[in-house]
Design a protein. Structure first.
Length: 115
């Protein structure tokens, strides 16, 4: 089982990034997918989640209207489009796969928002 995140980097405030998480080793379309983030000295928090078929999404209040989670089950990939980035969005972003008691995590990708 592998979840590999990509797309992180350094961006100025107000900028955009799109994170990708490529999955392998399990039946991706059976799993709900989520993006979490963890800033230095803080607990990991749920940012956005999407159901297995992509019919429902939810977001933490701080990113509503700025971030969009989506998935392509044909490509075994989940995305997080991040617009209007703020310095407080700086964190390591992780994707997570969930089905019942089965949970898989990626290794994370760093997002830094700074001028």
């Amino acid at each position: 089982v592998q979840l590999v995140e990509s797309g992180g980097g350094l961006v100025q405030p107000g900028g955009s990034l799109r994170l990708s998480c490529a999955a392998s080793g399990f039946t991706f379309s059976n799993y709900a997918m989520s993006w979490y983030r963890q800033a230095p000295g803080k607990e990991r928090e749920l940012v956005a989640a999407i159901t297995s078929a992509g019919g429902s999404t939810n977001y933490v209040d701080s990113v509503k209207g700025r971030f969009t989670i989506s998935r392509d089950n044909a490509k075994n990939t989940v995305y997080l489009k991040m617009n209007s980035l703020k310095p407080e969005d700086t964190a390591v972003y992780y994707c997570r796969a969930l089905r019942g008691f089965l949970i898989y995590w990626g290794q994370g990708t760093q997002v830094t928002v700074s001028s």
